[in-house]
Design a protein around this ligand. Structure first.
Ligand code: C2O
Ligand code: CU
Length: 490
């Protein structure tokens, strides 16, 4: 049990920032929330929707009056929102104009492994990568971000992240807020620390990676959202390296949770707070009264079971995330539908697990990531049940590429409603066991693996990641050997 060594006393990071809600006092500095533009696309006569993305360096006024060097896709920070429909074939031309290799991973997407954009699909500086696939999954809020092994935290921290929204007929038929940027708002929440000059401070890594003292939403600090409808849908991504958020409104009002990572829930769930770990998404709908101001905040993390040094991991911090400012008169929105999208159960709580994963001290099952090792193979067209156990007293989470999973049980009991929908990333509290069920539908490939890993990006970079192949009957693994020298790390 190596954890004892890992947790030798270290200086307590004096980094907690308390930013109490002070209505009005920040009004001067507040800027309207930037809405990422929708990515332009060209629909060819072949039915393929084509997008172009360029990873590039620039500067961004993250804090008013300061120019921060940042990285972005087709812009100085973040990236355009990609939007495609279920069953549509998409194609991308991704160019790397950065001074170092990167990759673009489509987080939450079911697609062939060779186009997954993980650490085996590096794009050299100046080079172009051209993935293409057919979208075969329900409407959802996904995202895209770099995945270079050992450097993912740095690349994401510098600003590389974008939304990928999937639409389908079933979600179109539901009367939900869906006017992009008006009452359907993408919101990526990140924490950053800045130097006196306004540069991103990449120096102060904790055991959960870079923890910032300033919240940036959609790339800027101190943002507000002008609200003109009486219901607003927020598609929220925790795009941070290692910080957990417990989201709630300043006055404690209830909101309706309508979707998790992989799409809409069977029915809306009324909540007053929800926790998001890095990589997770939720969609929620909140109602406002005319003229009202209400702040989306992050409260101290309630679920700190088993966490040592919770304060050092940022669990005590309180932040204002976004001020919502309702206009004096609001356009009426339809009442939420009582039912959304049904979800057939993949497994029962009693289904015996196929595999077990222990998370501990930068390792999964006592191994650190090796690009040249396939950790497991999965037969195609199977449903598997995995148990994932956090054996540390650190926070971790667990993300699986290629699939959306269902949380069948948490410590043997049914999950709470907020964890009952489609997920691709789940927070794993110390000492807890999560039982996940997932189906590996197609896309066999003996050469290119998919990843599973902790999505606290520092942990992922440290090697808390493994690789699996999805194989057709009779297919044998034939992994490509990676030249680690060219990966930019040892
Ligand atoms: Cu969001 Cu393997 O990543
Ligand atoms: Cu972790």
């Amino acid at each position: 049990f190596l954890t004892g060594l890992a947790l030798a006393p270290v200086a307590y990071a004096a980094g907690c920032s308390i930013r109490p809600s002070a209505p009005g006092s920040a009004a001067e500095a507040s800027r309207p929330l930037p809405i990422p533009p929708l990515a332009a696309s060209i629909l060819g006569t072949d039915g393929v929707r084509r997008f172009t993305l360029r990873a590039q360096a620039g500067t961004t006024e993250m804090i008013q009056g300061k120019q921060t060097p940042t990285w972005g896709y087709s812009g100085s920070v973040l990236g355009p929102t990609v939007r495609a429909r279920r069953d549509e074939k998409v194609a991308f031309t991704v160019t790397n104009d950065l001074p170092e290799p990167t990759s673009v991973h489509w987080h939450g997407m079911h697609l062939p492994a060779k186009f997954d954009g993980g650490p085996h699909q590096m794009i050299a500086p100046g080079a172009t990568w051209a993935p293409t696939w057919t979208v075969r999954q329900q409407a959802a809020t996904l995202w895209y971000h770099p995945h270079p092994h050992g450097a993912t935290e740095k690349h994401v921290h510098r600003g590389l992240s974008g939304f990928f929204l999937i639409d389908d007929d079933a979600s179109d038929a539901l009367d939900l807020p869906k006017d992009y940027g008006v009452d359907d708002i993408p919101l990526v929440i990140q924490d950053r620390r800045f130097t006196a000059e306004g540069a991103l401070d990449e120096s102060d890594a904790t055991d959960v990676g870079l923890l910032g003292d300033t919240i940036v939403t959609n790339g800027i600090a101190d943002a507000h959202l002008p609200v003109i409808t009486d219901r607003v849908r927020l598609r929220i991504l925790n795009g941070s390296s290692g910080r957990l958020y417990q989201l709630a409104f300043g006055d404690g009002r209830a909101f309706q949770l309508i979707a998790t990572d992989g799409g809409l829930l069977p029915e809306p769930v009324a909540l007053t707070r929800i926790q998001l770990s890095p990589g997770e998404r939720v969609e929620l709908v909140v109602a406002l009264q005319p003229g009202e101001n209400v702040t989306l905040r992050s409260l101290p993390i309630a679920d700190r079971a088993g966490i040592d040094r919770a304060g050092e991991f940022g669990f005590d911090d309180t932040f204002d995330i976004l001020a919502l400012r309702a206009a004096p008169t609001l356009r009426p929105s339809a009442a939420l539908p009582a039912t959304l999208i049904p979800m057939p159960a993949l497994a029962a709580a009693t289904t015996p697990p196929n595999r077990a994963f222990d998370l501990q001290w930068f390792m999964i099952n006592n191994r650190r990531m090796d690009m040249n090792r396939i950790d497991m193979t999965v037969p195609v067209d199977t449903t598997e049940v995995w148990t994932v156990r956090n054996k540390d007293n650190w926070p971790h989470n667990f993300h699986v590429h290629d699939v959306q999973f269902q949380i069948v049980a948490v410590d043997g009991t049914p999950p709470p409603p907020a964890l009952s929908g489609w997920k691709d990333t789940v927070y794993t509290a110390p000492g807890s066991t999560y039982t996940l069920a997932m189906h590996f539908a197609d896309h066999t490939d003996p050469t290119y693996p998919y990843m599973y890993h902790c999505h606290l990006l520092h942990h992922e970079d440290q090697g808390m990641m493994g690789q699996f192949l999805v194989l057709a009957p009779g297919q044998r693994p034939a992994p490509a050997q990676m030249d680690m020298g060219s990966m930019g790390h040892g």
